[in-house]
Design a protein around this ligand. Structure first.
Ligand code: CA
Length: 222
């Protein structure tokens, strides 16, 4: 999952970005409203965490512009403004959810998962491909009922493939999902993680399509 964090408070921004990364998400961070506008107009995110009190341009204006462009990226407003009128304004401007600071990290992560799940039109929280099972909430993976331990990056990669079984996901799309700006990225990182996943989970459900990308599911004849 790739998340954009829009937050002008350095301490909150740094700790939140670190926490998201530790939970296997690619987290990018901008600190003012104009920068948020620019990056949202040019890049795709799975979710946005949006502060309201921002330099340059208020969070509500950023949100209004995003929705005016027809962009449906899920947005959680994260702010210290706790007045009812502020919440109503945030939701009416197009926010999907609203979280008042200070908040518990676990609640934020659960809301993020719920939002992305709804966006994907899925009712079930658990992803299944054959007898391979991945639970985004508990971060547990099993194959044929046997638990398998994955690193945060392996988990994120597997989740990206299992969200759309059979669909080919390119290496660039996977790199976007796994890495934020400025994170060190070896050119063969994705194929190394794929290799590790196949070693741990077997090679019958994870496939490479040369020159195109990867998919999860039963092998297709080509
Ligand atoms: Ca602020």
């Amino acid at each position: 999952m790739r998340v954009l964090l829009v937050e002008d408070d350095r301490m909150i921004g740094e700790s939140l970005r670190e926490a998201l990364r530790q939970h296997g998400m690619a987290a990018d961070w901008v600190r003012d409203g104009r920068a948020a506008d620019a990056v949202l107009a040019s890049e795709r995110f799975d979710a946005v965490l949006l502060d309201l009190g921002l330099p340059e341009r208020d969070g509500l204006q950023v949100l209004a512009s995003l929705r005016a462009r027809g962009d449906t990226t899920p947005v959680i407003v994260v702010t210290a403004r706790d007045a009812l009128a502020d919440k109503v304004a945030g939701l009416d401007t197009g926010a999907d959810d609203y979280l008042v600071k200070p908040f518990e990290l676990d609640e934020l992560l659960a809301r993020l998962r719920a939002l992305v799940r709804r966006q994907g039109g899925r009712a079930s929280t658990v992803l299944e491909v054959g007898d391979l099972r991945l639970d985004p909430a508990t971060r547990e993976v099993s194959r044929g009922g046997r638990p398998v331990l994955l690193s945060a990056r392996e988990f994120a990669l597997l989740q990206a493939l299992m969200e759309r079984p059979g669909a080919i996901v390119s290496r660039a799309q996977l790199e976007d999902r796994l890495y934020g700006w400025g994170e060190e990225l070896e050119s063969n990182a994705i194929s190394v993680y794929m290799h590790q996943l196949r070693r741990k989970l077997g090679d019958d459900l994870l496939h490479t399509v040369r020159g195109l990308g990867y998919y999860a599911g039963p092998a297709k004849d080509r």
